[in-house]
Design a protein around this ligand. Structure first.
Ligand code: PBG
Length: 326
């Protein structure tokens, strides 16, 4: 029988490990946490089994678990007590994510904190910026200064990385300038510059209570059918000074991750979004698929070119790594 080179190298677990091209480690993972401003909340998100909204006063416990599992980075999303048309909770110096960040830095200074810079969780209409009453669409230029205020207040609270996610034109350069002018030249920007207008965000909008009350986000997020447009978004964000690039969603967009990897030299982050999480979680929980598919999905994102992965599976993956799953 023909015993070729590939089969020779697959013979033992040690050899398979040695020649494995793509590895997933705890340091690759960024864990999203939904933080509630109100007290004493630890509520499972109905559409995301295993994911909880956690109130500020219970956050320390959550971070203890994260830290014990070996997760090294988190991204906080906030659920404020009150929302208004201008999303003032986003740029309040004592807003919910600003306080979550302070608390995290106080108890676990070694955990890296990324803050999402957007208004949608703080506006009563659920859009990512100010609404122009004539067009009923987001006003790009009036929104920019509010994003800058948000980013600066997040940096003041101790955020290690600012992740602007609302896709306004010029948002990276404005935020860069705002950070620089306020003494935060050292804080990197991880841009959600390639963000598709996707139905895979559905469960997140439940979790963050940020579903738009009218219209949709198609004027500021990208058409899933477009690949060259991602190239243009990448080029403009890089020219504006972004330090790292997020592609979102991830699994239906692996070609885009590969394009960004091949056409830039910045770190690429795959956002394994809420809908992707819930689909896999449900299939695994129902016994339709083996839990190992979770790792296979992580490997596929890294193989496509991602350096890091934002994923609600971070805790599960840490456990699997501890149990020695390949
Ligand atoms: C916007 C934001 C969204 C997600 C992350 N940041 C929602 C949106 O664009 O509607 C979605 C992430 C997910 O689905 O897991 N602040």
């Amino acid at each position: 029988m023909n015993f070729d080179r590939h089969r020779r190298m697959r013979r033992t677990a040690y050899m398979r490990d040695m020649v494995r091209e793509t590895k997933v480690g705890k340091e690759d993972l960024i864990y999203p946490i939904f933080v509630v401003e109100a007290d004493d909340v630890r509520k499972e998100v109905p559409s995301m089994k295993g994911v909880f909204q956690v109130s500020l006063n219970l956050l320390e416990k959550e971070l203890a678990e994260v830290n014990d599992l070996g997760i090294k980075s988190v991204i906080f999303f906030g659920i404020p007590n009150e929302k208004d048309p201008e999303g003032t909770g986003a740029y309040h110096d004592h807003g919910v994510v600003q306080e979550a960040c302070r608390l995290s830095k106080k108890h676990y200074p070694e955990i890296l904190v990324i803050l999402d810079t957007c208004l949608c969780e703080y506006t009563d209409h659920g859009h990512c910026g100010l609404i122009d009453s004539k067009t009923q669409d987001v006003d790009n230029d009036l929104t920019l200064p509010l994003l800058v205020r948000t980013a600066v207040s997040q940096a003041k609270a101790g955020a290690d990385i600012i992740a602007p996610s609302n896709m306004m034109d010029g948002f990276v350069s404005e935020i860069r300038k705002g950070l620089d002018d306020n003494g935060f030249r050292h804080i990197p920007i991880m841009s959600y510059g390639i963000k598709y207008s996707s139905k895979f965000y559905g469960p997140f909008r439940d979790a963050a209570e940020s579903t738009p009350s009218f219209g949709d986000r198609r004027t500021y997020q990208m058409d899933p059918a477009n690949r060259l447009e991602a190239q243009r978004e990448l080029e403009s964000d890089l020219a504006e000074g972004c330090d790292m690039m997020i592609v979102k969603p991830a699994l239906s967009y692996l070609d885009i991750i590969r394009d960004v990897r091949n056409n830039s030299n910045v770190p690429v982050i795959a956002y394994n979004v809420s809908g992707e999480y819930s689909m896999t979680r449900t299939a695994v929980d129902m016994g339709l698929l083996d839990e190992a598919v979770i790792m296979e999905q992580m490997v596929s994102m890294k193989r496509a070119g991602a350096d890091m992965i934002i994923t609600y599976f971070a805790k599960d993956i840490c456990r699997m790594i501890d149990e020695g799953m390949e």
